[in-house]
Write a protein that binds this ligand. Structure first.
Ligand code: GDP
Length: 195
């Protein structure tokens, strides 16, 4: 078991619903369809813990999970889908800002980015929100089984160039494929090492 038994705790739509800040907390964030639900399921070994969906932006809840006795895992709503990017990003940013404000137990945000494309403008906007809130974040490239080697290298290069502009970013990028199980142990080890 990864950090012990995993359970869904609650979905929060307003900031007054946050659980007490009594555990080590980390978040997963990313554009809709980036593969966040699949990654959560791969990390926890629970097939349907986070609902995978092809309906981008379906949920605007902040979902809290407990990992054993020690951690909260937080699934932030996906952002940046094509229908209303500006509006949705604005809403997402407002929610994120509220959540980040004074959440003392939040150790790291894992920012998921599609391994086929690398960081896009909308991802960089979120990075700026994280910079301003001084919340350290680490980039996780997803679906790395999909791009050809050359494409992946380009996506990495683009992502590194963007990260260089963001002081709160961890330089190390984690490469993952939920489908193939790649990088999952690495990410678990990073999470287990959060204090
Ligand atoms: P979410 O919207 O970010 O939660 O994304 P999902 O986890 O629902 O994934 C979106 C789509 O990408 C689904 O069709 C998944 O099957 C697919 N997907 C997710 N992770 C991977 C992966 O590692 N490899 C491949 N090839 N497809 C993936």
């Amino acid at each position: 078991l990864f950090l012990g038994h995993v359970d869904f705790l609650k979905g929060v739509v307003a900031m007054d619903g946050l659980p007490p800040a009594d555990r080590v907390e980390f978040c997963l964030a990313g554009r809709s369809n980036v593969g966040k639900s699949s990654l959560i399921n791969a990390l926890t070994g629970r097939k349907a813990l986070a609902r995978t969906s092809n309906t981008p932006g379906r949920t605007q809840e902040v979902n809290f999970f407990t990992l054993g006795e020690s951690h909260y895992m937080v699934d932030l709503p996906g952002y940046g889908f094509a229908e209303a990017p500006v509006k949705v990003v604005a809403k997402w940013q407002a929610l994120l800002k509220d959540y980040l404000a004074g959440r003392a137990n939040l150790r790291r945000v894992f920012l998921l980015i599609d391994g086929r494309h690398g960081a896009k403008e909308v991802d960089e906007e979120i990075m700026s929100v994280l910079d301003r809130a001084a919340v350290p974040f680490q980039t996780v490239l997803t679906k790395i089984d999909k791009p050809k080697k050359g494409e992946l290298d380009k996506a990495l290069e683009r992502t590194r160039a963007v990260l260089a502009r963001h002081p709160t970013a961890y330089p190390e990028i984690v490469l993952t494929s939920s489908e193939k199980g790649e990088g999952i142990e690495t990410l678990r080890a990073i999470i287990a090492g959060l204090e």
